[in-house]
Design a protein around this ligand. Structure first.
Ligand code: SF4
Length: 406
């Protein structure tokens, strides 16, 4: 099979993996000059915030395992292809020389065994780095169960490695991916974590996956609620020090297994999980605050920070002139940039209600804050039973609600 045909199959097969922060490229001028989707080009953010384009492919979509949710599973009837190692190396270099990509995100179905597959993926990275002096970004997927020696070699050549936890609970995995186990996956994560830490602590140590590790979880393939998803994510962030957990809403695949839902999980669920994840990592929220133990799922209709604020109206309104940064970050609609702008401005003057517009404080935040004038708009709105409905409505309409002063 010619390389271009393999690329079409293996780039398409790779698009189901979100764990390289990919925005995906499907639909991007597809079939036209400059179209990239059929070539597997995706975009990813590096830890320093740069957006890099990556060639995202599978080494093979043959697989001896049978994860029920996967289009490449052993029992699936899809066109199959396998790259030679040098084909992936040549494609990466070719795309890189043509300025189409800045790196490679390589994953694979399992050929023969975890070690056999991992060895071939590592060899792609080794040839790129050592034989061709490739300095671009490399993200390697870890095959669960691959030997520690191979993980160490993967980390030596790759900027980032990722081992997908796949499903939120061990029971889910046993049901839908019988060859995979969370303890095996987390053993691989722990090995990577220890070597990333060791490389960071010793300036003379060779680099080891400097962009750290990430994972991916499919949501909606089993009845596991959002709380179970976030419990797992929260634990992995703390224990394995993952850089990112990616959430992918399940969508039905061709010839689905009877154990899988017939309908796709709502994309909004994926979006709410990302918002919750953000609150955990950057806004100082504890897991139980975002989704209390007695609650199964995040609300789809409103974002998790607003949901928390509506459950805790007693905390508000927050005085924007004296509140500490961590409290301001809890105000619905206030992101880190706006909060820092407010803190910068209040060093020079007392903030008044009319300053909020210039500071780009969104309308949805205003029922939750107060300014120098004392009992302003916030106090009029916080006790209203319809506050939630009004804030959940389209933002532009609400502006008029909060423009006036008490
Ligand atoms: S290991 Fe599972 S998820 Fe990965 S390619 Fe094989 S069947 Fe798909």
């Amino acid at each position: 099979m010619e390389t271009r045909r393999k690329l079409a199959i293996l780039a398409d097969a790779a698009k189901y993996d979100a764990s390289c922060a990919s925005s995906g490229a499907s639909g991007t001028r597809e079939g036209k000059v400059g179209g990239v989707a059929p070539s597997g080009i995706c975009h990813s953010r590096t830890p320093d915030g740069r957006c890099v384009s990556l060639l995202r492919v599978l080494l093979t979509n043959h697989c001896i395992w049978d994860c029920r949710y996967c289009v490449n599973r052993a029992s699936s009837d899809v066109p199959r292809a396998t790259f030679e190692i040098d084909e992936v190396v040549a494609l990466t270099l070719d795309f890189h020389r043509r300025n189409l990509v800045e790196g490679l995100f390589l994953s694979s179905g399992v050929l023969k065994s975890a070690d056999h597959t991992m060895e071939r993926m590592v060899e792609v990275a080794r040839r790129l780095r050592e034989d061709h002096g490739f300095r671009g970004y490399v993200h390697l997927k870890v095959v669960p169960g691959a030997s520690e020696a191979l993980l160490l070699r993967a980390g030596a050549y790759a900027d980032r490695v990722s081992c997908n936890v796949e499903l939120p609970t061990e029971g889910d995995l046993a049901k839908l991916a019988p060859e995979k186990r969370h303890d095996v996956i987390e053993t691989a994560m722990s090995t990577v974590r220890d070597h990333v830490d060791a490389a960071k602590d010793d300036a003379r140590a060779p680099a080891f996956a400097p962009a750290g590790q990430s994972t991916q979880m499919i949501v909606g393939a089993t009845p596991a609620p959002d709380r179970a998803v976030l419990v797992t994510a929260d634990r992995l962030y703390r224990e394995q020090r993952l850089r990112r957990v990616y959430y992918t809403a399940y969508s039905p695949i061709p010839h689905p297994d009877a154990r899988l839902p017939s309908r796709a999980a709502p994309r909004m669920r994926e979006h709410r999980l990302y918002q919750a994840d953000w609150l955990l990592r950057f806004y100082g929220f504890a897991l139980d605050e975002i989704v209390p133990p007695e609650q199964a799922d995040l609300e789809l209709a409103i974002d998790p920070k607003l949901a928390w604020a509506l459950r805790h109206r007693e905390v508000f309104p927050i005085d924007v002139n004296v509140a500490p940064r961590e409290l301001l970050l809890r105000v619905p609609g206030l992101g880190r940039r706006v909060v820092d702008r407010m803190i910068g401005a209040r060093r020079h003057r007392t903030l008044r209600w009319e300053d909020l517009g210039a500071l780009k404080v969104p309308a949805r935040a205003r029922p939750f804050v107060r300014t120098a004038e004392g009992a302003d708009v916030a106090s009029r709105w916080l006790d209203r039973v319809d506050l939630r409905a009004r804030i959940a409505k389209d933002e532009p309409e609400q502006l008029s609600l909060f423009e006036g002063r008490a």
